[in-house]
Structures are given as structure tokens and as C-alpha cells.
Design a binder for this molecule. Sequence first.
Ligand code: HEM
Length: 466
Amino acid sequence: MPAGLEPDAVGFVPPAPLPPENHRSMLSLALRMTRSQIEGWPRAIYEADTWKAPVPGGALFVMSREAVGAVLNEQADHFSTGALFRRMMRPAWGRGILTAQGHDWRVQRRAASGAFRPAEMARLAPFFAQAAERTIKRWTASPGEPVDLLNEMTRLTFDVILEATLSGAADFDRVTMSAAVEGLFRRINRIRVSAVLMPDRYHEGRKSARTPEREALLAMIGRMVARRRGAPPAGDLVDLLIKARDPEIGAAFDDELLADNLLGFILAGHETTSLALTWALFLTASHPPTLRRLRAEVETVAGGASIAPEQVTKLHFARQVVSETLRLYPPAFMLTRVAGRDTNVAGHRVKAGQRINLPIYAIHRRADVFPDPHAFDPDRFDAERPQPSRYSYLPFGAGPRICLGASFAMAEAVTVLATLIRAVDLQPVAASQVWPVAQLSLRPRGGMPMIVRAKESSNGKHRHWG
Ligand code: HEM
């Protein structure tokens, strides 16, 4: 067990790179950065308001509340995600919300926002609970065997997003679909170093990578959308999006945009949420006081029954655990922007074309905002306590481009966490090996092997499954 990982201690500090000592040279940090970006961030990124990488064309890191607010919100029109980002994401999103800009983005975003309201998302609870129950059933087949929790959660969240976007996908070949989604995902993640080194304007108007999987997936989704337009509602995201209208100009999604966005949701929605769940289960399994409180809450709210839509918002402590997990291990550990024109951010002159990095992982570990910042303490998010400002805690981003699926992800994570911990005991196979690495998202190095057993009853015996 690594230093600090003492399950019953009050200050439980889970494994993660901490701010390095000031004496480390830039070269040693740069070498660490090749392993995992966050390992190479100097101490200043955790403490200063802004920091500029000391190389020609280096990114400006922005950390203070004021500067983050300026880039993501007040001056959002001058800071786009950039041409490289859009070029990479187009194979998944086509003309959909994530890659759209200006008027096209505004109309789609306004229309979809109604569909993604928290109340609508809680209504999807049966999709979340049933997927977790199916996972428990699968685990019963091999009790005591180690499973890779990250794989398991990826499978679960993929199941959820398919059910919620394609309603059971009854006439889809799931295996083909899942292979195509994985293939597409791999291609998108394969960024060439040369692409990142070129100035952003180089990517403007350049073609995206060829992705044959996209055509196959769009054809499947297109057929489903055509059939659903005339069919009775199924209570899923497709219904909500078919009904969605821009409240200002009444525009609806046409078939092509509906398919682009559904494919985008499938890709954006399942990987991030599976990481959040994997880390939340690791933290809960490593900290008995949290596990006990969580189980007591689920027992009071839902007893042994499936978690119902109206119960999701009553699982206050489960939500606190997910929020604290997203603070310590934010899947989107850094956001990037490119300045569209010369401007000024928190007293810094910023030239058009300047890359801006918002290091969420470090912003979430600022001692001036979160006392004892590396310790796991879900009570930070107790509604009775003062909450961090929206620019100090931003696992879902902030401003007009804030994650559209945040309520979906929170409702899913709370329901699945509650359903799983009620039924099983989880034990990391090698807690000392657990370590977050920053690739495209913040992932546990080598997955998350865990032993899963039916939950121990109060007399210390393992209950039967089922
Ligand atoms: C724990 C899970 C999730 C995390 C941590 C997460 C994180 C984020 C972040 C940080 C952004 C903003 C990116 C930026 O400003 O550059 C974003 C945008 C977005 N996310 Fe999520 N996300 C999650 C789950 C989901 C789900 C489940 C969906 C859909 C079902 C979704 C759909 C989107 C969309 C459509 C956008 C783009 C919004 C826009 O540009 O207007 N996300 N997400």
C-alpha cells in the first residue's frame, strides 16, 4: 500500500502525482511529461494564476478563477476549441454539437438543452439501474475472480448509452456496432505528434482522417431514426431529441444532424462516465467509512429495490462521492482553447493563435480553494457547506460550451455506484499499483483489476448472489 493509503485514516490521500518540488529542472519535468502530461506540470501550475511554457509557441496555462472565467465564459467568442480539435472530432461528430460553431452550434445546443434537463435524465434511471444489475449478474458467474473494473465499466456505460440512444437497439448487431465504435474511437485517439506541433491555422479547412466505421455506424443509426419518427415513444434520448425544438426559432433536428449527434453522444458519453465510475468504485472500496455511509444511504432510500427515477436526487451522499471523485480524477483533465484574436486575459496580452490550456486536474488541487487538496473528502460537496465557484471546480467545463451530458453522466454515475456497492464488495488486486495517467483522458495505468465478491452480510459471511 503506498504511503498515505490508509483506509480508515481521516485524511485519506489516494494515489496521484502531487505538485513537484520547485528545484526540479524543466528538462526532468519535460521527460516525465512524455509518460503522462500531469507528471510534468511544474508546481506553479498548482499555485500560480497563470503560467507560460518557456518555449517558443508554448501554451499559456490559465488557473485563476478570473482567467478561467474570461476564457470559458466572458470572452468565449474569442476562444474556440481550435481547428485541430474540430479536425480530430469531425469523424465522430460530423456537423453535430461538439464541432459546430456560431449560429449552427447555437441552434442545436438550444434545442438539445431541453432534452438533457436534469429531470429528464433522472427519468432514465431504469436504463442505468438495469445495466448495473446485468453487470452484477455477469459477475455472479465467476465470483472471486479478478475483473478489470475499467473494462467492466466501459462495457456497462456502452450498454447504457446504446439503450438510451437506440432503445435496446433491437435490430442492431451489437457486436458489429461495438467493434465499429471502438475502431472509430481508436482512430480519433491516434493523434500524430506533427499535428499537435503545427500551428492551429494549419488545420483550418484540412480534411479529417478517413474513417470507414463512421459510414457503417451512420447507416445503422439513420435506419433507426427513420423508423422511430413514426413509431410510438420508447422513453429514451431519441424521443427527447425528435421532440427537441430551438425555443427561439423552432428549428428541429433533421435526420442527418440527429444521426451525427447520436453517434457523438455514444462516443462522448461512455468513456468519460466509465472512468468516473471506475475511480469512484476504487475510492469507495479503499475507504471503509465512505463505503459504510454510502450503503446506509442506499438502504434508506431504496432498500433492496431497483433505484427509481424519483430516488436518484435523494442519493445525496452518492452524488457527493461522485463529485469528489471528479475533483480528484477528472476524466477531462485539461481543456484547450485557441485565441481567435489579440486580446487580454487577466492582465496578460494574448495574441491571435495563442494556445491556452486549462489544467483542470491542477485547478482542482489548489490549496487556496480546497483545504488539504489531495485528500478524499466527499463532505466538501455537502450542500450545507459553501460550494466552490464554477471556475474552481469544472469537471464538465464551464460557460456556453459546458458539457451537455453532465446531468446524464451524474444521474448514471450515482445510480450505478449505488446499485453496485449495495450488492458487491470490491477489493483492488494491487492497490499500490493504482496510478492515474493522462492520455487523452485521465485513466488508471494498466486498468483497475479488482476482486469482486457478493457483499458481506453483517455476520461476516458472504451472501449468495442473485
Ligand atoms: C463523467 C462524464 C463526462 C465528463 C467528465 C464530461 C466532460 C466534458 C467536458 C469537460 C466538456 C467541455 C469540453 C470543452 O469545453 O472543451 C464536455 C462537452 C460535451 N459533452 Fe461531456 N462529459 C461527460 C459525459 C457526457 C455525456 C454522458 C454526454 C452525452 C450523452 C456528453 C456530451 C457532451 C457534449 C455534447 C459536449 C459538447 C457541448 C458543446 O460544445 O456545446 N458528455 N464534456
